[in-house]
Design a binder for this molecule. Structure first.
Ligand SMILES: [Zn+2]
Length: 352
């Protein structure tokens, strides 16, 4: 047909999306395209192999393996340009999380931390940061409860770790003490940490709808503190952050409660829609079903350990008073494809 209409074929694209991403797929593609070029006696300028490679995962083929297979099996004229599009493999951004610890590494290896977990989690997080260059580019703290800000309080005192920017939406200390006096010790420790000279100067208070760019990641602030909400005050004051990476959105709700869910729905509506959601308040009695319906996630990140996940009491499943089962049912109704649990340890999720 090409010859009949007088077109000239400049190149061939052999993009294939394969589930396995195995080397055999590329081998077969290269053998096949070589055969066609020979059979049809084509003079091409280029062959575009496409992408779909693994990045650098243990026990998976690496770039060199792919290139070798392509080189060995592409039997064509040496002047033909071979194009590969490693996109996914290169910009896949691993997201690790533990109990309330979310860490995102950008394309250039910058570290972004959301919360950080308990004081007990500090050692593990500190090691992770140190092993990855000892510098946190951006640290978001959703709210000052100890299970979210505890590790930050410890790490902020470690002068060998550099923290460049800290985003938090914080009330006066008195607001916390008045509205949640039972958390007085938490609050005192938190303010001690953020008032350290080297830390205080790094703190930025974002406004709703602010956009923060960090390499290939964009963070949009969908919600900040809510001084007028005084029931479940500190949870409802959670900053809500929507991270966009590779066109996918991840919504971090902190410990958003019923009242702040309603405010978020009113102010943000459809903007809340995200492929991935961090389930609020560890999956129990957090955000409302209505909010999750708008978010309509495919993947849930649960900062949740087993006894909360299964609502265990006295060794019995679903014998406690937690509302986790209800939240799990909502997610099932929404056809969530994957649940990542904190109890499974550190996880890397590749975001394509
Ligand atoms: Zn919490």
């Amino acid at each position: 047909m090409i010859k009949k209409y007088g077109f000239q074929l400049k190149g061939i694209h052999i993009h294939r999306t394969s589930k396995t991403r195995s080397l055999e797929v590329y081998e077969k593609l290269c053998v096949y395209v070589s055969k066609i070029i020979k059979q049809e006696n084509l003079f091409l300028e280029y062959i575009d192999i496409g992408g779909g490679f693994y990045g650098h995962l243990k026990e998976k083929p690496n770039y060199e393996d792919y290139i070798k297979v392509i080189y060995d099996n592409l039997q064509v004229d040496k002047n033909i340009k071979v194009i590969i599009e490693p996109g996914n493999g290169v910009i896949a951004s691993p997201v690790c999380f533990m109990m309330s610890v979310y860490d995102i590494k950008t394309l250039n290896g910058k570290i972004v931390v959301i919360d950080g977990g308990l004081q007990e989690d500090a050692k593990q997080l500190e090691k992770y940061i140190t092993d990855n260059g000892g510098e946190v580019d951006t640290w978001f703290i959703t709210h000052p409860h100890i299970d979210h800000a505890g590790a930050f309080e410890i790490i902020s005192q470690n002068t060998s770790i550099k923290i460049n920017k800290i985003y938090m939406s914080i009330e006066d200390k008195d607001w916390y003490l008045t509205n949640e006096p039972s958390r007085t010790i938490d609050i005192e420790e938190f303010f001690k940490a953020i008032n350290q000279e080297n830390i205080a100067e790094k703190i930025i208070e974002p406004q709703v709808n602010d956009i923060i760019k960090i390499d290939n990641i964009t963070a949009k602030i969908l919600g900040t503190k809510n001084p007028e909400i005084t029931t479940n005050a500190i949870n409802n004051s959670s900053m809500v952050i929507q991270i966009k990476v590779n066109q996918k959105k991840i919504l971090f709700l902190g410990d958003t409660g019923t009242e702040s869910s309603e405010k978020l729905i009113k102010n943000q509506g459809k903007n809340l829609k995200s492929e991935i959601v961090q389930v609020a308040h560890h999956g129990q009695a957090g955000a409302t079903e209505e909010l999750y319906k708008i978010v309509n996630p495919k993947i849930c990140l649960w900062p949740t350990i087993d006894w909360i996940w299964d609502n265990i009491k006295d060794g019995q499943k679903n014998a406690g008073t937690l509302k986790t089962m209800e939240t799990r049912q909502w997610m099932e109704n929404l056809n969530v494809k994957q649940n990542y649990l904190a109890q499974e340890g550190i996880k890397s999720i590749k975001i394509f």
